[in-house]
Design a protein around this ligand. Structure first.
Ligand SMILES: [Zn+2]
Length: 86
């Protein structure tokens, strides 16, 4: 599962696999670019996780355990320097 490149200002959403599809330890919150079409064949998270329609819940905010890889991919280089200064 490879990560994907993303645009710095693209709209994103947070999704989590539905209960029962995977074990609780794998039900992390993935960051997914908002698709251009209403119902795409699949969503691809920043970490590369592929999520099929009906497999995930769309969350209104980051809650629970975040996906480490998705979280790392959301850090913008311009802001990483600012964050390191504090
Ligand atoms: Zn992820």
């Amino acid at each position: 599962m490879g990560s994907i490149a993303h645009e710095p200002d693209e709209a994103v959403m947070v999704v989590r696999l539905r209960r029962g599809l995977v074990g609780e330890s794998r039900r992390v919150c993935h960051v997914v670019p908002v698709p251009s079409e209403p119902v795409p064949d699949e969503l691809v998270a920043y970490c590369g996780a592929r999520i099929l329609p009906g497999q995930a819940d769309l969350l209104s905010h980051l809650t629970g355990m975040p996906c480490d890889s998705c979280l790392a991919m959301t850090v913008r280089p311009g802001r990483a320097g600012l964050a390191a200064a504090f």
